[in-house]
Write a protein that binds this ligand. Structure first.
Ligand code: KIV
Length: 272
């Protein structure tokens, strides 16, 4: 059985950047398999992220740290088979890119061969050299700053980042360094809304928020969180879009609508 009714063309990075410049909010959702890929993009999701959150929501682990490149590659293949329209982004797992730019390139090449069009990597200015190395070799990069779950052991937990002025200045500098290194998108996780706005205003590439307030170029959520499937602790930034929805597809459509018309996230999903 095919999950596609018709052949369509895939959205490109320049198209997404143009839409963001014109004021359209971009919608990203995590995805780990072909069926969710097909219904998510039919519901209007612009970007499908094979997040290393799969370690927690699919594999039942306590953190994302044990997810391997092979496991991510498998899920990228599944998502790519189900997708025709959305940009497919592979999250490079812990220890698959931090060692050197060359290691990051080898890992990215596997993700691209598996069907991704972009890779995401956690880390601020320290990842600028790696980002430049990848971009110069044809790999689009989504940077990920703020709360970076792969650093949970150095951060001492899943905490909001950038509360003090020194940390805020560092995060603004991270965004600028990653933009200068060629990142196509900057994802910001668990940061006070005014700081996320400050980063967004200081760079020209689109910013994607998760727990970063409304003043960013787009939003991302973990699909099992927004469908209320994940039994673990719910973060403040999660909204249950399944509540009152007649189907999973309708819930994802409601998420897309809420991001596009700027009714999600509300103040109750953000930190000030
Ligand atoms: O792994 C993931 O799902 C992510 C999102 C939370 C942004 O990185």
């Amino acid at each position: 059985m095919s999950v596609h009714d018709e052949k369509t063309s895939r959205v490109t990075v320049p198209q997404l950047q143009k839409r963001a410049r014109e004021g359209e909010k971009l919608v990203m959702l995590t995805c780990y398999d072909a069926s969710f890929a097909a219904i998510s993009e039919d519901a209007g999701v612009d970007m499908l992220l094979i997040g290393d959150s799969l370690g927690m929501v699919v594999q039942g682990r306590d953190t994302t740290l044990a997810v391997t490149l092979e496991e991510t590659e498998y899920h990228v293949r599944c998502v790519a088979r189900g997708s025709r329209k959305a940009l497919v982004i592979a999250d490079l797992p812990f220890a698959s890119f931090q060692e050197s730019p060359a290691q990051a390139f080898r890992s990215s090449a596997r993700m691209i061969a598996a069907g991704a069009q972009m890779v995401k990597l956690e880390g601020g200015a320290v990842m600028a050299e790696t980002t430049r190395f990848l971009v110069d070799r044809g790999v689009p990069v989504c940077a990920h700053i703020g709360l970076t779950p792969q650093s949970v052991n150095t951060l001492g937990g899943y905490r909001v980042q950038g509360r003090g002025e020194d940390d805020a200045l560092r995060l603004v500098a991270d965004g600028k360094a990653l933009e200068a290194a060629g990142a196509a998108l900057v994802l910001m996780e668990a940061m006070p809304a005014p700081l996320a706005r400050r980063v967004t205003e200081s760079i020209a590439v689109p910013t994607i928020g998760i727990g970063a307030g409304p003043d960013v170029s787009g939003q991302v959520l973990v699909v099992y969180d927004m469908l209320d499937i994940y039994p673990g602790r719910k973060a403040r930034f999660v909204k249950n879009f399944m509540a009152g929805a007649p189907s999973v597809k309708a819930a994802i459509e409601a998420y897309v609508r809420a991001v596009k018309d700027k009714t999600f996230p509300g103040p109750e999903h953000s930190w000030s």
